[in-house]
Design a binder for this molecule. Sequence first.
Ligand code: PMP
Length: 454
Amino acid sequence: MPDLDTKTLQEYDRKYVWHPFTQMRDWEAEPPVVITRGEGCYLVDSDGNRYLDGVASIWTNVHGHCRREINDAIKAQVDRIEHSTQLGLANDQAAILAKRLVEIAPAGLCKVFYSDNGSTAVEIGIKMAFQYQQHRGATRKTKFISFVNAYHGDTIGAVSVGGIDLFHGVFRPLLFPTILAPSPYCYRCELCPEQDSDMCGRLCLAELERLMAAHADETAGLVIEPLVQGAGGMIVHPPGFLKRVRELCDRHDILMIADEVAVGFGRTGTMFACQQEGVTPDIMALSKGITAGYLPLAATMATQKVYDAFLGDYRELKTFFHGHTFTGNPIACATALASLDLFETDRLLDSLPPKIDYLRARLTALEELSHVGNVRQCGMLGGIELVRNKADKKPYPWEERVGMRVCQEAKKHGLFLRPLGNTIVVFPPLVITLDELKFLMDGIETSIRAVTDP
Ligand code: PMP
């Protein structure tokens, strides 16, 4: 099929595609950028313009686009088999990948349940935790603890444990209620107006402990994004928070479900965020970076304790009745294996510290700007929160779309960015070079200045 020209592609998109998280009236008003190729950290549009992929194509890309080794693995797998099923069959790629995941995951996570997107990986974790408690006779343990500002995906269960009213409010009548714990969002901590991160962490933990003690006998599990609440605004939790949550879950006999969909696979500087605090969750959800951003795949990992609760005679109905058509797809699993190989051959995790240091220096410098209220960083991710007034932290009103305008401006400087409200997100492919990172941060700084201090 011949390449279509940009105008035709734009027309097809505007006429037929409904975009996620997008007000389509605004979308239809502007001709979209149509991406047709990728090269390393760059996206290339149908007119040949190049954009540094500053958000790793929504937090998924790890080794750059069109990386030869991954492309070769995909092609080789397509020539063997494209898909079979996990219902009644095993496949080689899924089996090998499960072994590799167990080897690199926090010690104790030893079983891999596959699915194909992050929301579903969390949804599975919730259902597993619920059913686990039923099987062990704790039939009153049916509730979940979730956090303000949490985001775990868009399916109904995942939305139920989410805590972002802007996204989730309209669906409230459809959702199951949770026990809502405060988010240690130190810059705007409701419990700790001093904005002291130690104090904020301690006060949030004290409230969490109070909730757990009050609800332990009816709580099946707690769902948490380890170290960073991503979509909530790249909210970085105080050091030690996660470890303490683990201890509290143990004390109150509550399963800990760690959602590493965004932070897994090297983003925070270690392979998994939980490893920074020596934490093994009972259940861990993975997706996004699992295939380095190439193909849909997800995994929900569980401990032996959780797994064993599902074993029994088929008449006992202990089976986990859950599964999706594309579960454990061999092309996706082969892609994930190629990505894990690249982590090793590129010594990718070892290459991160100088980039993390550079990112820290650039983010810190941005605090000088007159409308940068707070910067946050954890490893190779960052958030820059823009405010109308630094003194009283007054946010820009939603209607001004300041974050979106900065990202529009950044396009002129060769960057593709996507904000979270008034927070500019920095989340490049991990393979980004120092030069490219400088280009990214220069462009972000220029764009913030242009929009907020014209
Ligand atoms: N959990 C977290 C922490 C996420 O950041 C996301 C997606 N941004 C999801 C779950 C949902 O993943 P997906 O979009 O693949 O459903």
